[in-house]
Write a protein that binds this ligand. Structure first.
Ligand SMILES: *Cc1c(COP(=O)(O)O)cnc(C)c1O
Length: 353
């Protein structure tokens, strides 16, 4: 129940659309890792991690940044550093922090995440205003507002700069800090043409994952004020996230910044090709994606998403199951435009069966 399932390997996977997390480091990325200059991160002497953090702080428009193994750890370190037990975080009801981190905000930080509604994994300024509680000893202290850029369960939707700034303004006016889960921040940057620093300007903490479409095997970077990142180091240490020669992994992240950002546009084109193809399949309903996540509704086919996924898997196409009638196909640097036509053909067969 807790351990990941072992995937059936009797049929080789030809086209892996399960997640952009399944990308494997390229030969050139591995070469960069092999050549990395390394040191002991815990004592501040890994030059490659330091270089990555400096570059990321500048790119995100923040004073300081910290390297962590995963995006989940970035979320949880940001939460536990800025919130106290009994505090409340406001976030969309589909937020990764509530849906996919094992209850960590409650379990580790002692905070509750209260759900906000809205289409595409986003909530409006009005919805946020409506959720503000009058200050009283009965209520939890509303301490943080968190957004996801892009909104994963919202179909990879991109928050506009106006919407982000509007949310940050309301939060600040009500004494709350702001946090941006930027697991796929660069997908939003490439899709919108708005810089990462502009998007993050209203946010106290922001992070980027290197293991999604950027193709690195490990690593995420959390950025914020020098004061917040300094306090965050205490939690990085406590949680066992302070590293030694992590520069080998940071080198992969630097490589990804140099080579794998602009090409995210290809993933977005491929996702739209896939969505257009799947929208023609009887029984499947597919919204046009802004980025690289294609959500497939199987209800009209009367086929649970798991069955569609199992049938596709037998033909070597891997997709993920996100709900009873909700599947997801995700494009990334290890699939190409030819794979899209092939995947549509396989899924058409699978949906018809
Ligand atoms: C993947 C993801 C995370 C967690 O990142 P990991 O590196 O897998 O821990 C957090 N938020 C969102 C929106 C994600 O998609």
């Amino acid at each position: 129940m807790y351990a990941p399932p072992r995937f059936d390997t009797s049929v080789p996977v030809r086209i892996n659309l399960y997640s952009d997390t399944q990308t494997k480091p390229s030969t050139a990325m591995k070469a960069a890792m092999m050549e990395a200059e390394v040191g002991d991160e815990q004592s501040g002497s890994d030059p490659t991690i330091n270089a990555l953090c400096d570059r990321m702080a500048a790119m995100l428009g923040k004073e300081a940044a910290m390297f962590l193994p995963t995006g989940t750890m970035c979320n949880e370190v940001a939460i536990i550093t800025q919130c106290r037990p009994g505090d409340e975080i406001l976030a969309h009801h589909t937020a990764h922090i509530s849906e996919a981190e094992g209850g960590a905000p409650w379990a580790l930080a002692g905070v509750q995440v209260s759900p906000l509604d809205g289409p595409d994994g986003m909530f409006s300024k009005q919805a946020l205003v409506a959720a503000i509680r009058p200050v009283s000893r009965y209520s939890p202290t509303q301490r943080m507002v968190a957004v996801e850029q892009t909104a994963n369960l919202g179909g990879g939707a991109v928050w506009s700069l106006d919407a982000l700034n509007g949310i940050a303004d309301v939060a600040r006016a009500n004494g709350m800090v702001t946090h941006m889960d930027g697991a796929r921040l660069m997908n939003a940057v490439v899709a919108s043409g708005v810089s990462a620093a502009e998007m993050a300007a209203g946010y106290d903490t922001v992070w980027l994952d290197f293991t999604k479409g950027l193709g690195a095997p490990l690593g995420a970077v959390l950025a914020g004020s020098a004061e917040v990142i300094d306090m965050a180091w205490r939690w990085k240490q406590r949680m066992g996230g302070a590293l030694r020669q992590g520069g080998m992994c940071a080198a992969a992240c630097l490589y990804a910044l140099d080579h794998n950002v602009a090409r995210l546009a290809d993933d977005h084109v491929n996702a739209r090709v896939l969505a257009r193809g799947l929208a023609q399949v009887r029984g499947l309903s597919v919204a046009m994606p802004e980025t690289n996540l294609v959500y497939i509704d199987t209800e009209a086919a009367g086929m649970p998403a798991q069955e569609l996924a199992t049938r596709a898997r037998a033909e070597g196409v891997l997709i993920s199951v996100m709900g009873r009638f909700r599947a997801r196909a995700c494009t990334h640097l290890d699939v190409n435009s030819r794979d899209m036509d092939d995947a549509v053909a396989v899924l058409r067969q699978a949906a018809a069966a």
